[in-house]
Design a protein around this ligand. Sequence first.
Ligand code: ATP
Length: 259
Amino acid sequence: MTALCEIRQLAVTYRGETMPALKGIDLDILGGERLAIIGESGSGKSTFARALAGLLPDGAVVAGSLRWSTGQPRAGRDIGFVFQDPSASLNPVLTIGEQVAEGARRHLGLSRRQGEARALEMLERVHIPDPAKALGAFPHQLSGGQRQRVAIAAALAARPGLLIADEPTSALDMVVQAEIVALLDELVREGGMTLVFVTHDIALASGFADRVAIFRDGMLVETGATGKVLAKPQAAYTAALIASHRDLATPPLIREAGR
Ligand SMILES: Nc1ncnc2c1ncn2[C@@H]1O[C@H](COP(=O)(O)OP(=O)(O)OP(=O)(O)O)[C@@H](O)[C@H]1O
């Protein structure tokens, strides 16, 4: 696999802060891989995901380089982004159909009718029950898991090559979590997309990620093939993270979700 993005010495300092939230990150994102960014709260995972997507807030100072093999990608078009809380990322006063169609219409230049057809297709792909009816529904009429499916449909509607999912399941209960991870896995495989999956849950990531990157205090501690890192972590911190996870000895969630 060739590098989709070569990240070198990436550092991010938020406006008004003296300490960088992220520093000295050297990492290649490989085309077509499923990469999990793992770390505890405050380790810089979201900062990394936002820096990658060009979605940092105004005033954040970025140092280092991101070299894309595809040319500079645009968030929404070339990069789809799924956030932790689907309620916050969906507009409560727009129908599901309008929201899923919006990105496709804007970025693919589709007509209203084509946008609606694309929205229907996407709702089918994310397995929303009765997708034709869901087109006209509002977010509050769906469950949390269904809302996250809609957010995923919206993120993928413009056919991005890279999907970044930032803790997309942490607002959901365990069963729904597993279903959403299985769905992301399925969609990324089908579409030949690259997935960057941000999570604090090393067990969840181990079920489907090809590679893991372990973050701590704004730095990259360790990276490698998932099986290798889990079996033989190089860093003491990674070993502690694995040891502290009570679920790691049991089969990963995603396999329980019905594959
Ligand atoms: N907009 C912001 N302004 C100032 N500091 C921020 C901002 N966003 C995040 N930070 C700080 O940057 C550091 C890294 O935060 P980040 O959200 O990237 O971590 P994280 O690993 O994603 O954590 P969590 O899982 O809790 O979201 C933290 O110290 C956080 O307080």
